[in-house]
Design a binder for this molecule. Sequence first.
Ligand SMILES: Nc1ncnc2c1ncn2[C@@H]1O[C@H](COP(=O)(O)OP(=O)(O)OP(=O)(O)O)[C@@H](O)[C@H]1O
Length: 334
Amino acid sequence: MTDERLLDIEHLHVELPARRRGGEPRVVIHDVSLSVAPGESVGVVGESGSGKSMTTKAVSRLLPRGAATTGEIIFRGSSVLGLSGRELAQFRARRISTIYQDPRAHINPLRTIGDFLAEGVVASGAMTRTAALEAACALLRDVGVPDAERRLTQYPHQLSGGLLQRMMIVMALLPSPDLVLADEPTTALDVTVQSDVMAVLAEQIRDRSLGLLFITHDLDLAAAVTDSLAVMYAGVIVERGPSREVSTNPRHPYTAALLASRPSLSSVTRLTAIPGRPISAFEAGPGCVFAARCAYATDRCRAERPAPQLIEGRSVACHRAEELGSVLPKVAMA
Ligand SMILES: Nc1ncnc2c1ncn2[C@@H]1O[C@H](COP(=O)(O)OP(=O)(O)OP(=O)(O)O)[C@@H](O)[C@H]1O
């Protein structure tokens, strides 16, 4: 990792148009800032509806029609929001790659793996078909797939889910992008296969000095494979910092609650569910977005939105972060 930045999301705010005429626009992302350095894997973790996918969609400029975006997204020093149509097409084809959740939903069952892998880079003019297949073979070996030549002649139904997701990793790496966006890439896989596939991806990111934005609801998995974590709730990043510290010594009550609510593989303990239901950004009141579910909320928390403050090398959006440092439970590394 270097000091140079690959991606800087600065004070991103996204509003979607009202669902009905006369309704209010709906805020889905509020004041989100995060950055990715070359070689760095960043996990964005949160419950359903917290705005994780919207954040990556904003980076690739694939937000729903009518979305209003303010703030900045700087990629290698240039504004993504300012790209022209042609520049945007280049940016999407060459600079970023996306890995989606369910490979079988994105792959044509009637075409070979080789055809599937080569298609994008050949169509964008980046490589000839022969060069693409050679590069795909080399990448398949890098991600631990033996017998690469034979795999390229096979059809999707002949591959397991884990193997197919490695193919998606190869497809993402083939155009030599700078940044990989992975949105719940392993959710469709068995738990043991999930961590293997993510470890392979994180290793490639490190070795090639790319950046990774890994979107997931699985805090343990994200903590295991990423360098930094951003914990999102209701369109806001409530805590951000080095993965190990955030996942073992949480400084925001929401991070602590997420950690307490997940099952442990090493011990049998009673799980503590987070009371209430998760909300979207547009349902939040003027105060802290987590106040209604927070065991430590005060009147100030309900009235005034906390600005992120820097505490022990991480950013925490909580009025009480300083005093709760000794109160929130620490977690042993799995
Ligand atoms: N295409 C869309 N049109 C309108 N609203 C949307 C659309 N997609 C998502 N939303 C809303 O935007 C908010 C953030 O959604 P987002 O998909 O980013 O959440 P998420 O954290 O990725 O959740 P999940 O893990 O369920 O995908 C939610 O309130 C959601 O209902």
